[in-house]
Design a protein around this ligand. Structure first.
Ligand SMILES: Cc1cc2nc3c(=O)[nH]c(=O)nc-3n(C[C@H](O)[C@H](O)[C@H](O)COP(=O)(O)O)c2cc1C
Length: 173
């Protein structure tokens, strides 16, 4: 199997990481994989905010997400790096562009032997009452909003990639 297909098939959501940090080169490779993704009309509007573990903003996102919840959860599983992808609020394709970029990044992580976790559960926290606060704290460009996030690190846990039912998802005309 070629390397691209192997990365697609082997990738799984990693929900546990070791303490090992990522190198500057690894972080840059992951960011570049996001920026190399196609965007509608080649608008290249997706912005990536890189946050390393220990940055207080991760705790602020966590607290906002967990406010009022009976079962608070750590949204990034203590991964050493979290990246927030924001997009232009007025561009129709930003959610799709961000989705394509984040999968490029997940596959790049797989290629580097790293684990990743795509994170959607902080959407309400980052787009809710504190939207403007987080837009500033996360240094979005003007008029941008959170689209999706992804955590990266060395895997401390493993699981099988998900399976699927071809027959219910595919129609061959
Ligand atoms: C848009 C999107 C948002 C997701 N948000 C979360 C999340 O907030 N927390 C989480 O643990 N997993 C999240 N996931 C991961 C999915 O739960 C996971 O991809 C799915 O269960 C299939 O498992 P696999 O990635 O191991 O194949 C998200 C995935 C996608 C595509």
């Amino acid at each position: 199997m070629n390397d691209v297909l192997k990365a697609i098939n082997d990738r799984f959501s990693t929900r546990g990481y070791t303490e090992e940090k990522l190198t500057k080169e690894e972080i840059e490779t992951l960011v570049k994989a996001g920026l190399q993704a196609p965007t509608a009309a080649n608008k290249q509007e997706i912005h990536i905010t890189v946050i390393e573990k220990g940055n207080p903003v991760l705790g602020e996102i966590e607290d906002t997400k967990n406010a009022g919840k009976t079962t608070p959860a750590n949204f990034y599983y203590d991964a050493p790096v979290v990246m927030i992808l924001s997009g232009d609020s007025n561009f129709y394709w930003s959610p799709v562009d961000a989705g394509i970029a984040v999968e490029n990044m997940a596959l790049a992580a797989e290629g580097l032997g790293l684990g990743s976790l795509i994170i959607g559960c902080i959407k309400d926290a980052l787009r809710g009452e504190k939207k403007d606060y987080f837009a500033k704290a996360l240094h979005y460009p003007e008029g941008y909003q959170y689209e999706i996030a992804i955590a990266f690190g060395h895997r401390a846990t493993s699981k099988e990639p998900h399976t699927y039912d071809w027959d219910s998802h595919v129609t061959m005309l």
